[in-house]
Design a protein around this ligand. Structure first.
Ligand SMILES: [Zn+2]
Length: 334
């Protein structure tokens, strides 16, 4: 009998009731030569027992073993690292390229929206035409950026100047897509960032030219901001930010109207702040408004006419620019 014997559990050492099984119990076992002490092995066998051959494992079973383990680890709070596979990286690269290629076309459409939406004209029909001579634009006149540069910004038929805002919109849409590809990690995140930037650009230009912030653009901005927060942030925080942003601007609008008996802040700015408030954290809203107010005052002072108290300022332009700046800074530097 070995001196370090801790338990003697006779023939039932293999049963589950043997509490010393894992620590190595000592079993008295009768064999052909009488009683002898045998040490129970962790796999349930004894010294002296014939070791059964290990079952042959197919290559498929061997390759699936690590996968089962990582799945099990994921359930107990240690999720396996989600590294992009080669296929995922290829898909993301392909989507990035597609987004950058589609961006000028999207910019061309946004140019139509900027031109028609404030005038109450459908953005789908009729087809694009020269506003001077009415000539319907053909396919070669609708190639983004290139057609403008080729015609040097003039109509092919009458030579009337084409508003450069169309060219700037196509370039800005492409730049926004490149920025989204740089900042975003997944195709969905890239698409959402590009969509938000396109909406902000369109809203800014419509406010610059028409002093309006149409609901068909502020509502999608709010929804896109909520979708982004739901996927990559905190939806409750986004909703509270939207309420704080829109509520504070609404209060400001009411107070100004009561004191000066005229409109000082448009209702479109209130709706825009709902979208911007959902984009950035509530704690960043004062910074956003401060940057917007300062940049609007500087821009008004530098442009023709200078800044006066009675001069209307398209504050939505400054809000969109400041919102994009603060939001992207938060995305890059969370
Ligand atoms: Zn023309």
């Amino acid at each position: 009998m070995p001196p370090n014997r801790r338990a003697a559990c006779s023939r039932n050492a293999r049963s589950k009731s043997c509490r010393s099984k894992s620590t190595g119990c000592i079993d008295r076992r009768r064999d052909a030569t009488g009683y002898s002490s045998l040490r129970l092995q962790p796999d349930g066998s004894f010294f002296g027992d014939p070791i059964p051959p290990a079952p042959a494992r197919s290559p498929a079973a061997m390759s699936s073993a690590p996968r089962r383990r990582s799945k099990r680890l994921g359930k107990v709070g240690h999720p396996p690292p989600r590294r992009p596979t080669g296929r995922g990286m290829t898909d993301t690269a392909l989507f990035s390229l597609l987004l950058i290629l589609v961006a000028p076309v999207a910019g061309s459409f946004l140019g139509v929206v900027i031109d028609r939406l404030p005038r109450g004209i459908s953005v789908v029909a009729p087809r694009s035409a020269c506003r001077s001579c009415g000539t319907i634009l053909g396919a070669r006149d609708l190639v983004p950026v290139l057609s403008y540069l080729r015609r040097r910004g003039r109509c092919r038929t009458c030579g009337a100047a084409i508003p450069p805002a169309l060219l700037y919109t196509e370039i800005a849409a492409t730049a926004s897509a490149v920025l989204a590809v740089i900042v975003g990690d997944t195709p969905l995140q890239m698409a959402l960032i590009a969509l938000v930037l396109w909406l902000l650009w369109t809203l800014a230009l419509i406010d610059l030219f028409h002093f309006r912030l149409p609901d068909p653009l502020t509502a999608p901005l709010f929804l896109a901001a909520l979708a982004y927060a739901w996927l990559y942030g905190d939806p409750a925080l986004a909703l509270s930010g939207a309420a704080i942003g829109a509520g504070s601007f609404l209060l400001l609008r009411l107070v100004y109207s009561a004191l000066r008996h005229r409109e000082g802040l448009g209702l479109g700015d209130v709706k825009l702040m709902a979208g911007l408030g959902a984009l950035v954290p509530p704690t960043d809203l004062p910074l956003l408004v401060l940057v917007a107010a300062l940049s609007a005052l500087v821009a008004a002072a530098l442009t023709r006419g200078g800044w006066t108290a009675d001069r209307p300022i398209p504050f939505g332009v400054a809000l969109c620019a400041a919102g994009a700046l603060v939001w992207l800074a938060r995305v890059v530097l969370p």
